[in-house]
Each structure stands twice: as C-alpha cells, then as structure tokens.
Design a binder for this molecule. Structure first.
Ligand code: CA
Ligand code: CA
Length: 540
C-alpha cells in the first residue's frame, strides 16, 4: 500500500521540453535532448518530472492551447522519440507526469469547426461578457463572437482558447480517452490544468456558479481502473475552506498545489515573520489520508498573490518586485526566486522550507542553479527561458543561430555566470546544495507521511515543524529574519541530532532545546540518536 502512494514522498521537477535541450540544432528543445538529460535529473535526485504541454499546438499560450490531444508536436520530435524518452525515464525510476489541459482547446483544433456542441455557445451576447477574465489587462472578455457559427463562444482564458462543454457526456468521455491514451504510453498521472474552470458550469447571467465535483470523481475512477497508482495533481487556486470537495474524501484529486501556503510563504519571506505561513499551514491541514499537498516556491506562471490582503500583497511587491515591469495582471510577479531573494542564504532558506513543508515538493527547472528572468520577454515568458547548461552560446541549450526564446544573457544571472557545467564542479554551488537537500528529504519520509504540528519557538521569525511517523520524529527549524535568532523548543525528547552537520543539542534541565540560528539559518533534526531511523522497519 505504502509503495503505491509513491506521490506522498516524491520529488517532482517541472520542465518544458521546448526550452530544456535542443538535440537536433533547430533552436527548439526536443524529446531527444530531454532524454540526454535524464542522467542529470537522476543525479539531482528527482523522482518524477512534470512535463508542461508538448502536444501539437499553435503555442500562443505556451502549449496550453492544444490542437491535437493524441500527438507530440513535431517540433519536439516524434511519437517514437516520446516512447524512447518514457522508456529511458522508467529505467532510471523516474515517473513522468504530464499536463492535462481539458478546460479548453485551441481555436485551431478541428473540433472547434466540426463538433459545435462540444463547446459553450450563446446566440446573444451574455450580459456578463466582460466579467471573469483570467488575464486582466491582456484579455478583454470571456465571450467572443464567432463569425462562422454566428454565435458567441465562452472562453475563460484567451479568445483563442474556447472552453469545452464539460456538461456534454461525449466531451467527458473524450477526456477519459485522452487519459487512457497517455496512461497506455506509460505516464504516471496528470497535472490537471485549471480544475475549477474544468468543473464549473459556464456562468450565464446572475446564476450562482456551480461546480460539478462529480465529474472529477468520474475522471479519477477511470484513471484508477486503468492504472492503479496513477495520480491527478490539480491546479486549483482556491480558498482553504473550498478545498475539501476537490479531494472528494479521497475520491477526487490525489494532490493539489497549495497556493494558499505558497502566497503566505512569500509574505513570510517578505516580512521575516513566520506567522502568516504557520496560519496558512494550519488552515490547510485537513486532508483525506491518501491525499497530499504539493508545495512549491515558484511554478511556470506568474507568482499569483491574488489571495493575499491588498496591504500584504503590496508589501510582497515592494520587497520582491518593486518595478512595474516585474509585476503581471495586477496580482502577480514574473520573476525567478534567485533574483527576487538576491541573497544566497535567503534563497537556500526558502528552498529548505519548501522541501520540508508537510507535503510533496515540486521544483522548477533552472531554479536548482538559481536562474534569473528575462523581463524583455512578454508576460510569463520572462521566466520560461532556455535552461542554462554551460557558458557556450545560448547557454549550451542549442547550437542553432537563433533559438525559440532568448536566454538570460545579460547581468549577473546570464548563462555565462549561472550554468550547470560550472556548478557541477563547485561543491559549494546551489546545484550541489540542492542535490544534497533532495537526498536529505528522501531520508525523511516522516515529512511526507507523518503527523505534524507547529512547535512554539518563542520567536516570531522562527518556524519549527515537528513530524512524527512510526515512532520516529523529525524537527525542521527555519529563521526567516536577516538577524540571528534563538529558538526555544519544548519537544519532550532528550537529544536532537542535526541531519546535515555533526551537531547534537541536548535539552536543558527544564527539557527545552535552545537552538541558535544564524540570519536565514535552518536546521533539520532527528529526535534521539540517528541510528533508529536506519533500523526502522519499513513494513511498519
Ligand atoms: Ca530541436
Ligand atoms: Ca470551463
């Protein structure tokens, strides 16, 4: 059973084939290139990769506008290249998750012409045609007139992404067929895009929004009949009190990105106050036993701060994205973590936190070497630049004269300064540190499996989380302040063994551990001696 719930302790790494490595020199990343880098990913220690969309697409929204659900975009290789990649990943024990983008299709998908009733139409322009846009400032409406059909179609996102009508049983049947196709090719599950919008009844007039959670349970049931340990990892940026129906008591999503914790993590980093993060963790504590949160620092979109109170959001902007060009849609930040933090110690603190939050960590390509952004590129493309492998032209991404997206080639984060090749040879590099921390996280299954509680520390800046599982106990302590802090921990145990350094802390006479942390310092401890963990009976 425990082995089947592999996602409880996975290390997920997300990437876009288009910008990872170009093997055939046409300037576009491809599956052959990605396959060549599987040894790199294995060395880093990741156990699963999440591929953003690679199916045929006009790519007006970076592939989230799919024109054929059953193929591989020719620019990235053939179906054969995909299968070779899957086989090589499997031989290294790396699972593959892929995006399932079924809220909408590209308007160039043949269905949009041929299957009228698979989409959402209105003969008249709905009164709310301007409301509910997802990309304010860029997208003007949610209903657009189609000259050919002489009707208005609904699009929650851009006008070139018409929404599928999920109320049509034929559409839901097709979604199952898409899942079945890729499961048969070996994927371990799906990162389900825009889940609330997939399940919503398209809003017309003033009717109360309705969300069909039963559709989600039907998708999961199908998935598990086909492949028992396959998972759905959902993107649903919802309030804590709205999350339960998405998990469906263990019959809905297996995992969900924790956007609530993510936004409060950034608030905590901006203010040096751990309390907002502690509150967010408590607010999202409740989960069915087989479900899991996915925690992340950054994903492939803007850093969405829309759920924060406006004063808090302003503070995060002021700290991490003071210039308007760094902000997006009035709610988010289009930067990478390394330049946002500016400080190497603070960056490591942030990743140590993400790796130790109760859940499964999801990392993003390039962040393991501290890549920056290219603000000259439009909207979210700023953080979707080619992976920086070396100091060769285009960062070693491609030998072509021109490439699919301009890499970061100016300033301190340019590929000449920030690249894999250099960091591979430097034991103090972020890359080597990340690999060590991933190894450490894998040695602490208590974090993914255990019961956890937030331990009082006597300092607002210090967050301490205790995890207990099968008689063993881990404590992770993080100082968010740029000054030293002392944490006083009352844990009811004698000795704390540092899992990184040869440090051991005994409780004082009152049973309290005094942990002194440097600015942005962090510690991972095991309670008691280190050896019992090695002797732990895996079968329990
Ligand atoms: Ca290529
Ligand atoms: Ca929809």
């Amino acid at each position: 059973m425990i082995g089947d719930l592999w996602y409880k302790n996975a290390i997920v790494y997300s990437l876009d084939v288009e910008t990872y490595l170009d093997a055939n020199g046409d300037g576009i990343g491809d599956f052959e290139g990605l396959t060549r880098r599987l040894d790199y990913l294995e060395g880093l220690g990741v156990t699963a990769v999440w591929l953003t969309p690679f199916q045929p697409s006009p790519r007006r929204d970076d592939g989230y506008d799919i024109a054929d659900f059953y193929g591989v975009d020719r620019r990235f290789g053939s179906g054969g290249d995909f299968v070779e990649f899957m086989r090589e990943a499997d031989s290294r024990g790396i699972r593959v998750l892929m995006d399932l983008v079924v809220n909408h299709t590209s308007n160039e998908h043949p269905w949009f012409q041929e299957r009228h009733n698979w989409y959402v139409w209105s003969k008249r322009r709905p009164a709310n045609w301007r409301s509910g846009v997802v990309f304010p400032g860029v997208q003007k409406s949610t209903w657009t007139y189609d000259k050919r059909a002489r009707e208005y179609y609904f699009h929650r996102f851009y006008d070139f992404q018409p929404d599928l009508d999920m109320d049509n049983p034929r559409v839901r049947e097709e979604v199952r067929r898409i899942m079945g196709f890729w499961l048969q090719l070996g994927v371990a599950g799906f990162r389900m895009d825009a889940v609330p919008f997939v399940l919503e009844k398209p809003p017309r007039g003033k009717a109360k929004p309705q969300i069909h959670f039963e559709y989600l349970e039907q998708f999961r049931e199908f998935l598990q009949w086909r492949v028992g340990d396959a998972v759905l990892l959902g993107e649903a940026n919802v309030m804590p009190q709205e999350t339960q129906p998405y998990f469906g008591g263990g019959h809905g999503l297996h995992m969900m990105f924790n956007f609530w914790v993510n936004q409060h993590l950034w608030l905590a980093l901006a203010t040096g106050d751990a309390q907002p993060l502690a509150r967010a963790l408590r607010a999202t504590r409740k989960l069915p036993p087989t479900a899991q949160w996915a925690h992340f620092l950054r994903n492939n979109d803007e850093l969405d701060l829309g759920r924060l109170a406006s004063a808090d959001r302003r503070q995060v902007f002021a700290t991490f994205a003071p210039e308007e060009s760094m902000q997006l849609y009035g709610r988010g930040i289009r930067r990478r973590p390394a330049p946002m933090m500016g400080d190497a110690k603070r960056l490591r603190l942030a990743y140590s936190l993400v790796l130790s939050l109760p859940g499964t960590p999801v990392l993003r390509y390039g962040d393991e070497i501290g890549m920056g952004e290219n603000l000259r590129l439009k909207e979210r493309n700023a953080i979707r630049t080619p992976m920086q492998w070396s100091d060769e032209p285009h960062g070693g991404f491609s030998t072509a004269a021109t490439v699919v997206r301009t890499p970061v080639e100016r300033g301190p984060y340019a590929y000449q300064h920030v690249n894999v090749e250099e960091q591979r040879r430097d034991p103090t590099s972020l890359l080597q540190w990340t690999a060590r921390m991933i190894r450490l996280r894998k040695q602490c299954p208590e974090i993914g499996w255990g019961d956890w509680r937030i331990v009082p520390t006597g300092s607002r800046a210090v967050l301490a989380i205790e995890y207990r599982w099968r008689g063993s106990m881990i404590i992770c302590v993080h100082n968010l302040a740029d000054e030293p802090r002392e944490a006083k921990l009352d844990l009811g145990v004698d000795m704390l063994a540092n899992l990184v350094d040869a440090e051991q802390i005994d409780a004082d006479r009152g049973g309290v551990h005094n942990v002194v942390l440097e600015p942005y310092g962090y510690r991972w401890f095991r309670a008691g001696a280190v050896t019992p963990a090695l002797a732990r009976d895996v079968a329990g």
